[in-house]
Design a binder for this molecule. Structure first.
Ligand SMILES: Nc1ncnc2c1ncn2[C@@H]1O[C@H](C[S@+](CC[C@H]([NH3+])C(=O)[O-])CC(=O)[O-])[C@@H](O)[C@H]1O
Ligand SMILES: O=C(O)C(=O)Cc1ccccc1
Length: 243
């Protein structure tokens, strides 16, 4: 499980396929997400702190779209409520089998159940914490309302949803500036202009960002009491929604 540098888009590709979380991505994923998502590590640490505040005794904490389990591990090391378990879900078999190896090597005692499934198809019950860390953006737009309603229904009173997303800005100058600054962030982390533009093409119609207002409206319409940004770094933000 050696950490590999992300060079997936470093050579010119003729046709650029839509981005997939396959075995080639798994090998470079920690490097890719760290160098591509501004504030990723800070968000992962804060998810642990939030879980320690919100995890209720005898409840379930969900990590939906868990990838290699970074948010799961952060929660697992911080939760002190009695008799909690974590359910971590991803529909990429390549991601989930690597995640299983990582979780097995970790020695913390909170049980972790790994589920290979579309996150829209699982039961969400008795939840005190639900984490969607950069995952909703990959769910078809038409399915997002029903999915957030389902999460709300599965949360206990006092429950927490952490929703981290790449944002879109309805103001054209903001959208261009925030995108430009995200690309500057990636360049400062060693990606070339070609890597940035090829990755951008592969994410077209795969990662579909929405505005903060769209997210907030959906969360409120689904029943959440309130929803606010607690972290933002350029066009990447994390939202706390409370039941
Ligand atoms: N419908 C779906 N059902 C299940 N999983 C899905 C679905 N769509 C996408 N995924 C999974 O969601 C994850 C998104 S990465 C999350 C990072 C992680 N949360 C982290 O905190 O490190 C974010 C990113 O790479 O930008 C991938 O593992 C997909 O397989
Ligand atoms: O790399 C990007 O440009 C992103 O928007 C974030 C990202 C990170 C990892 C996989 C897919 C998207």
């Amino acid at each position: 499980m050696n950490l590999q540098k992300d060079t997936l888009y470093a050579s010119p590709l003729g046709d650029i396929d839509g981005f997939k979380f396959d075995a080639s991505v798994v090998d470079v994923f920690p490097d890719m997400i760290q160098r591509s998502v501004p504030g990723y590590s800070a968000i992962i640490s804060a998810i642990g702190l939030l879980a320690s505040r919100f995890a209720q005794a005898d409840s379930v904490c969900y990590d939906l779209g868990c990838s290699l389990g970074a948010a799961t591990l952060s929660m697992r090391h911080k939760i002190s409520a009695a008799n909690c378990k974590i359910i971590a879900v991803d529909n990429s078999t390549a991601m989930l089998s690597r995640c299983e190896k990582i979780i097995t090597r970790d020695t913390a005692s909170i049980p972790v159940e790994l589920v290979c499934s579309d996150i829209q198809d699982i039961k969400i019950q008795n939840a005190s914490v639900v984490v969607l860390n950069f995952t909703l953006q990959f769910i078809p737009l038409a399915d997002r309302n029903a999915f957030i309603k389902k999460i709300y229904a599965g949360l206990r009173p006092g429950g927490l949803l952490v929703l981290s997303e790449k944002l879109f800005f309805s103001d054209l100058r903001q959208q261009s500036l925030q995108t430009e600054m995200h690309h500057a962030f990636k360049k400062a982390n060693g990606y070339s202009d070609m890597e940035i533009s090829q990755k951008r093409a592969s994410l077209e119609n795969v990662l579909i960002p929405e505005t903060f207002t769209q997210h907030k409206n959906r969360l409120l319409q689904s029943g959440f009491d309130n929803a606010e940004v607690w972290f933002q770094y350029f066009n990447f933000a994390s939202i706390i929604a409370l039941k």
